[in-house]
Design a binder for this molecule. Structure first.
Ligand SMILES: N[C@@H](CCC(=O)N[C@@H](CS)C(=O)NCC(=O)O)C(=O)O
Length: 227
């Protein structure tokens, strides 16, 4: 996607809104929250944390998240970090446009798929870990490590979703599984993943690319995008 002239202010910056999102344009974890906020029609103030410059280690940011990761959501006096926790917080406190279905099986499936992305895929290719692997074992090992862990997770998701998938991961509506999957699938082109091995994920990604709320949350359209 072309960066130029695509940045949005719409949902993503409102001086009067009480929600503040600490985000980095290229962070897939931040992208999940941007997508969810858009789906729920919530405006928010965008505060950029430049991970490539190490701003996550600034003392001011450390007070918000001692783990030094984005995203962080601030809602008046409530501070929540970790996109999974943020999604559950939004679901409880901003119930409009639910991101978890009422049906218990579908609800559990959405939580499980989101958790696989959050716990068993993205952490294994995060910036700090890949930097460590490259320093210890070289650039080749960095890419092999990322590829094998992403493919393992994607294979599990293909199997998990196959009986439920339709236009989106768990049916005809966008839910939490999609909020986590869409950015995750989008960022794997950094790692030369052969997506033909994952036909279900490839197919639903085509549906995501037609969603204005997803497109508006994409990295290139954020205020801190560098293109
Ligand atoms: N499970 C956390 C993971 C947070 C995370 O890993 N954030 C990344 C960006 S996607 C980050 O801040 N990385 C900085 C680093 O690795 O130093 C979440 O979903 O928020």
């Amino acid at each position: 996607m072309d960066c130029k002239n695509q940045k949005v202010s719409g949902n993503s910056s409102s001086s009067s809104s009480k929600l503040i999102l600490y985000s980095y344009w290229q962070s897939s974890c931040s992208w999940r929250v941007r997508f969810a906020l858009n789906l729920k029609g919530l405006s928010y103030e965008y505060k950029a944390v430049n991970l490539s410059k190490g701003e996550q280690f600034n003392p001011e940011f450390e007070k918000l998240n001692p783990l030094h990761y984005v995203p962080v959501l601030v809602d008046d006096n409530v501070v929540v970090s970790d996109s999974y926790a943020i999604l559950l917080y939004l679901e409880e406190n901003y119930p409009q446009r639910p991101l978890l279905p009422a049906d218990p099986q579908l609800r559990a499936l959405n939580l499980q798929a989101a958790s696989i992305v959050n716990s068993s895929i993205q952490p294994l290719h995060k910036l700090s870990l890949l930097k460590y692997i490259e320093e210890k074992f070289g650039p080749e090992e960095r890419i092999l490590w990322a590829q094998s862990n992403i493919e393992k997770g994607f294979l599990a998701l293909e199997k998990l979703l196959k009986d439920y998938v339709s236009r989106y991961a768990t049916g005809e509506d966008v839910y939490m599984a999609d909020v986590f999957l869409a950015p995750q699938i989008a960022v794997v082109n950094r790692f030369n993943i052969d997506m033909s091995k994952f036909p279900t994920l490839s197919r639903i990604y085509e549906s995501y690319k037609a969603l204005p709320d997803f497109l508006a949350s994409s990295p290139e359209r954020q205020p801190d995008a560098v293109c």
